[in-house]
Ligand binder design. Sequence first.
Ligand SMILES: Nc1ncnc2c1ncn2[C@@H]1O[C@H](COP(=O)(O)O)[C@@H](OP(=O)(O)O)[C@H]1O
Ligand SMILES: [Mg+2]
Ligand SMILES: [Mg+2]
Ligand SMILES: [Mg+2]
Length: 311
Amino acid sequence: MYGSVPLIVRLLASSVSVANRAGKIVRDVMSKGELGIVEKGKDDYQTEADRSAQRCIVASLAAQYPNLKIIGEEDSLEDEGEVVSDWLVNEIDKEILKLQCPPNLQEVKEEDIVVWVDPLDGTSEYTQGFLEHVTVLIGIAVNETPVAGVIHQPYYKNIVEGDKKIGRTIWGLHGVGVGGFTPAPPPESIVITTTRSHSNPVVEEALKVMNASKVLRVGGAGYKVLQLLEGNASIYVFASPGCKKWDTCAPEAILSAAGGKLTDILGNFYKYGANVTKPNKTGVLAAVNNELHSYALERIPEKLQETLANK
Ligand SMILES: Nc1ncnc2c1ncn2[C@@H]1O[C@H](COP(=O)(O)O)[C@@H](OP(=O)(O)O)[C@H]1O
Ligand SMILES: [Mg+2]
Ligand SMILES: [Mg+2]
Ligand SMILES: [Mg+2]
């Protein structure tokens, strides 16, 4: 029906609608109160919300875009589980469909794309009641580079035309920009954002050298990048291999569409092709502009970089 709209714009518009539905699943599981927590590894949990939201996102996108490669955090779900028909989304966000596709993305085909899905980013925080930290992430990489993405916040409280509304969806597209929120400039002094639940001595060492006026410890890669975009933090520093490609693909796409930069602790970009290793072994370093990114990169001790690179 929208065949005249370039694929990348249609896929972003579908991802916005699908992320909204996944966010509702995340809220519904919490309000039912049966989280169904499974321990995948050390400090690594999965809940019924992670499982159901992943099924909703993957089934909905695969039905509409059959040749896409979609990689989700919870792909190893043992029981295939049922995809309730009510989870199959075929709506498509009409506002996103109106975006003018940049020339270099007009010819992109399904075969060129990998979609990285984190159905629930900030699972630790979700289980501990820090619900505002939770996001749903859908990142779209073209030829290994994140070019478009969605960060949905299921618990964001809005007032729209006088009515209370829950949830909002932030999007970004290279060459177009970002939407769904109002970007703000970085704070006057250096404020670092980092993990709340996955710290270790190396992570702390990388924070010490930043000469920060404040450290914001919050959950999820999505929520941390939002802290940068909304002017609450200057730099996201995480000197640990814990994050995976589904954590950083959508945040990187949106941050870079807004003029920012997300790399590893050595200053190198990650690649998001179908065959890359999932862990972001050499950590995360992100900022809303190149100047702040360089400020942080120059302060990371070489020894610390080597520690991560040789792990
Ligand atoms: N040591 C670790 N072990 C497992 N996952 C980790 C990790 N460190 C970070 N992560 C993952 O990276 C994401 C951001 O982490 P953090 O909030 O600590 O910054 C989380 O995604 P999920 O919540 O989607 O699993 C988290 O699980
Ligand atoms: Mg997880
Ligand atoms: Mg995550
Ligand atoms: Mg997750």
